[in-house]
Design a protein. Structure first.
Length: 317
């Protein structure tokens, strides 16, 4: 559709970034308090103030309570008719398929743990489900051959669903008051020049902008030199997927919805803590609700530490 062009998505992404700017600044501050940087033990200034980081401990306890192991799926019949062996066998097959998929997916546990941690620390966590399939077409004689049988003879050799964690600051969505009414949602990914060539072609790889040496915070250990910022946007209104680079003049790619999911989005419903109100999807982290108590604990801990250091041995009996 003409409306959903490059300029339209640039405007939507810019508005989404502006809307989340203050929230992301708060999230950055909270993550720094959750994992404070190491200081020099010989620094006298560092010794003057000692933090009682109960916030880190609370997150660890809640994280284990919310997710500690891979769940075991259970599939049962809606109607337990004794003379319906087909339904009984079908439910058994579905249960075993789900169990095999969960155990075979090596990223499932780590992705869910990261999502839960984002939820507990900054109040927002989301995961992305990616479908991969190895498809062959034995009746396709050549690239120039038009064969109706060949078009419908595709055989799926293997298929799997891979669950990926989406960092809270790499997820964007339209300005709506509930997840059900969200018009579009997407994630930001960083692709190397070779990955851009493989996905979009050599011409696009030469025309788009790259981040170069620029790096973003909280991506510890990730090399982003010569990477392109690509937004993968799922639009519920057009039932299409758009790939956008802000430095490009045209949309990188536009594909139809090949998954056909009931809720359209490949994202699970985001974990949103303490919604600010019913008219927004902005989260309020648990830390913000308890910040005054955490600060009071720091003050009391520092007073105890100073009193302990002020004590001196007066004598031995």
């Amino acid at each position: 559709m003409e409306k959903y062009n490059q300029d339209y998505w640039k405007k939507e992404i810019a508005e989404a970034k502006s809307r989340r700017k203050d929230w992301l600044a708060t999230a950055e501050k909270i993550y720094k308090l959750y994992l404070p940087k190491k200081t020099d033990s010989n620094n006298s200034r560092a010794q003057k103030k000692i933090r009682f980081n109960i916030f880190n401990s609370n997150v660890g306890v809640l994280e284990s309570a919310l997710f500690s192991r891979i769940p075991k799926p259970t599939v049962s019949r809606k109607f337990s008719d004794p003379g319906n062996p087909v339904a009984r066998v079908a439910s058994t097959i579905l249960e075993r398929v789900l169990l095999s998929e969960l155990t075979a997916n090596s990223n499932f546990k780590s992705a869910i743990k990261k999502t839960v941690k984002d939820y507990l620390v900054v109040g927002f966590g989301v995961s992305y489900v990616r479908y991969d399939a190895d498809v062959s077409n034995p009746l396709m004689l050549s690239d120039d051959t038009e064969d109706l049988m060949a078009e419908t003879s595709a055989i799926i050799q293997s298929q799997n669903t891979d669950i990926e964690h989406v960092l809270y600051k790499d997820f964007f969505h339209s300005d709506d008051n509930s997840w059900e009414s969200v018009r579009w949602a997407g994630r930001r990914v960083y692709l190397s020049e070779d990955e851009v060539k493989q996905r979009f072609g050599s011409e696009i790889a030469k025309s788009i902008s790259y981040l170069g040496e620029e790096k973003e915070e909280f991506e510890i250990g990730e090399d982003r030199c010569k990477t392109a910022e690509v937004f993968e946007i799922w639009c519920k209104q057009t039932k299409k997927v758009y790939f956008i680079n802000l430095g490009s003049d045209e949309i990188l790619d536009e594909t139809d919805d090949l998954l056909g999911l009931p809720e359209f989005y490949p994202f699970a419903t985001p974990l949103i803590a303490n919604k600010d109100s019913e008219n927004t999807l902005e989260a309020v982290s648990d830390f913000e609700l308890l910040e005054s108590q955490y600060k009071q604990l720091d003050v009391l801990n520092n007073r105890i530490n100073k009193l302990t250091q002020a004590c001196r041995l007066a004598g031995i009996y």
